[in-house]
Design a protein around this ligand. Structure first.
Ligand code: TRP
Length: 331
């Protein structure tokens, strides 16, 4: 962290459990990044309150998310895994950046429009200025690269615009972040509507596999996976259900697509679903065991939380001091 490695920042909201999609598409590929980068992974709880939350639930889910990061393989001694709300610099820089963000820009954000349409009884100012807080998350650590899904591209774009605007006025204050282009896992689709991305918030309980789902439940969900009316196993965009199952299988086994297709050829859909279900249930077992172990060791988790918040805070203060000085706030 105190060396000159490049910085990676990413955040997740604790508004649902991590799905197989989040795991295979993101988390699993982050495990090795700490060799090359200083990595910060934040549970972005300040973002979560832009939508009304039950306090006890939010607290519980935030801690569970943090533990899932660790259980999934992110070493908390080598990665900075922390709560956003534990580093006050996020809120501070968030406010400052609000003053460098135009309403015209915020009006164009599709996530705001979507969420405002969904929560018509609570269209609050925080929901509207969410992008300035997200920009603060990223810029606070002089982040070089941000692994984000396609749904967050617009947020990264506005972050870059805000940073460039700020730098144009005050000189080189912020590193301009780039999207992470590295080895990304397959895009995992819904088991019920394979044309759609697997989502944390899907209302259909059979559509998503969660990292902490019981093995039997995982197998059951795979058995119910939507395929098609044909019965031939082929890897093709015309067969999104089958393609998704094969992608999931390959992500766990490291098998190539071709050899997976060869393995399943002539086996029928029932068999394919059963094998993929077993593979996933078994593949997630170590993560689930690790999670259970962590749950029983809350002193350890507490110490990790504290130590990592200190590391993040140290980095954050460095940027904040610079920003405050540039804009004329007293030292
Ligand atoms: N907005 C992101 C989401 O809803 C979460 C997030 C907040 C984030 N701050 C971030 C992601 C900074 C990457 C970098 O998924």
């Amino acid at each position: 962290m105190f060396d000159d490695k490049k910085v990676i920042f990413s955040g997740m909201q604790a508004t649902g459990s991590i799905t197989l999609g989040n795991y295979l598409g993101a988390l699993k590929n982050w495990v090795k990044l700490n060799e090359e980068y200083t990595c910060l992974y934040s549970v972005v709880d300040l973002h979560s309150i832009t939508v009304r939350q039950d306090p006890a639930e939010l607290r519980k889910r935030s801690r569970a998310l943090l533990m899932q990061y660790i259980a999934a393989g992110l070493d908390p001694e080598k990665n900075i895994i922390y709560y956003q709300s534990h580093v006050s610099g996020h809120a501070e820089l968030g406010w400052i950046l609000n003053c460098y963000t135009y309403m015209g820009e915020l009006n164009r954000m599709t996530q705001f429009k979507d969420k405002a349409a969904k929560h018509t009884d609570n269209i609050n100012a925080g929901l509207y200025t969410y992008p300035a807080l997200m920009a603060a998350d990223i810029l606070l650590y002089q982040t070089d690269v941000v692994p984000v899904g396609s749904d967050q591209k617009q947020h990264l774009e506005i972050t870059r615009d805000i940073a460039l605007r700020f730098n144009n006025i005050y000189g080189d204050v912020f590193t301009i972040p780039e999207p992470y282009i590295g080895k990304e896992g397959a895009r995992i689709m819904s088991l019920q509507e394979p044309e759609k991305k697997m989502s944390k918030s899907d209302e259909n309980a059979n559509a998503s596999i969660y990292l902490l789902d019981d093995p039997e439940l995982i197998k059951k969900k795979f058995k119910r996976a939507v395929t098609d009316s044909d019965n031939a196993i082929a890897y093709s965009v015309d067969k999104p259900g089958i393609k998704n199952l094969i992608d999931i299988y390959c992500s766990f086994t490291g098998e190539s697509t071709d050899s997976a297709v060869a393995i399943f050829e002539g086996k029928g859909y029932g068999n394919l679903k059963a094998i993929v279900g077993d593979t996933v249930a078994e593949g997630l077992r170590p993560i689930q065991e690790k999670f259970k172990e962590l749950s029983q060791n809350s002193d350890y988790i507490d110490s990790i939380i504290k130590a990592n918040a200190e590391k993040a805070n140290y980095m954050a203060q460095k940027t904040l001091r610079k920003v405050k000085k540039k804009i004329g706030l007293p030292q």
